[in-house]
Design a protein around this ligand. Structure first.
Ligand code: NAD
Length: 285
């Protein structure tokens, strides 16, 4: 029996944005290790397909449509799951979207959606589920999806990058809140380096300024060429979450490079600078 089976088998996992990409991979892995997986996504058809795949592979899963940008939807989800399944052992606040384009060209609605999904979706996931976890009085795990982008800068991905810096800080403070409260709840910050997913698909860019399409296409190509296979990355994530690690990554050398870059930037009081990789991604060379 693996450590993640020992810790998680027989428990309930709730995963947001689990209809595609990393959320889908996490859901599959939780199904494989014997959890009852609540596959939630804003897109019901995607959630249905992922849950059906888990069941077809011999696991337990159900699909529920949940838009994480609506706090009341997360409240209703938490109550519904606890009523029907009992205590939640693992909550993964995974749903997130990318938004590309100059800050001043991104429409108000897209700005608000990005921050609501990427920041408030995670905050309200925690706010909705933790009181139930505390009442259950059992050991529980919460993992929030940040990114290695939480340690750097990326012009024209400003909305996304600032949301990931925010969630990294949120998870650090939440980890300490659990200690202050004496709560038996582990908190992890998931900081993926590039993992194959649909986050840069053209249709996900609806509402972005016209100029973003080219950048989106370059990012999608880069992900296809260099992204880690989703299931492999998610196996690594679940193993580290089960081990109670705060830092959960799929590519430690890339995490180290990003964190070291941040440390040097702050220690040297450097000015933000366009490096070679950034210039290439933006087609500036
Ligand atoms: N893929 C990567 O390389 C990478 C790297 C770092 C961080 N991340 C983070 O991982 C998480 C998952 O990203 P992904 O790459 O798998 O993306 P993805 O686009 O493949 O999947 C995201 C899923 O979230 C769903 N979703 C979108 N808006 C939603 C909402 N309002 N409510 C509920 N569900 C919603 C989508 O329908 C989709 O199924 C995100 O938080 C992302 O920022 C991804």
């Amino acid at each position: 029996m693996t450590e993640e089976e020992r810790v998680f088998s027989g428990g309930v996992a709730v995963i947001t944005g689990a209809g595609a990409g990393i959320g889908m991979g996490l859901a599959r892995r939780c199904g494989e290790i014997g959890m009852t997986v609540i596959v939630t996504d804003i897109d019901q058809a995607r959630a249905d397909a992922v849950a059906a795949g888990i069941v077809a592979a011999g696991g337990k899963a159900e699909a529920i449509r949940v838009d994480v940008s609506r706090p009341e939807a997360l409240d209703a989800l938490a109550q519904d799951i606890v009523d029907r399944h009992g205590a939640v052992r693992l909550l993964i606040n995974n749903a997130g979207i990318e938004t590309l384009g100059f800050t001043w060209e991104i429409p108000v609605e897209r700005w608000e959606t990005t921050l609501n999904v990427n920041i408030h979706g995670i905050v309200h996931g925690v706010r909705a589920f933790v009181p139930h976890m505390l009442r259950a009085g059992q050991e529980a795990w919460i993992a929030n999806l940040a990114s290695i982008g939480a340690f750097g800068q990326m012009p024209t991905q400003t909305a996304y990058i600032m949301s990931k810096h925010a969630i990294q800080a949120f998870s650090e403070c939440l980890y300490l809140e659990m200690q202050v409260a004496g709560a038996p709840i582990h908190v992890s910050s998931v900081v993926p380096a590039m993992v194959k997913s649909s986050i840069f698909d053209a249709e996900a860019g609806k509402g972005e300024p016209d100029g973003a399409a080219r950048h989106r296409a370059v990012m999608a190509q880069m992900m296809a060429a260099h992204g880690m296979e989703t299931d492999e990355a998610c196996r690594r994530f679940i193993a580290k979450i089960a081990a109670g690690e705060f830092w959960v990554d799929n590519d430690p050398p890339v995490t180290a490079q990003s964190v070291d870059g941040r440390i040097a930037f702050l220690a040297g009081r450097e000015k933000p600078a366009l490096n070679e990789t950034t210039r290439q991604l933006l087609g500036l060379n």
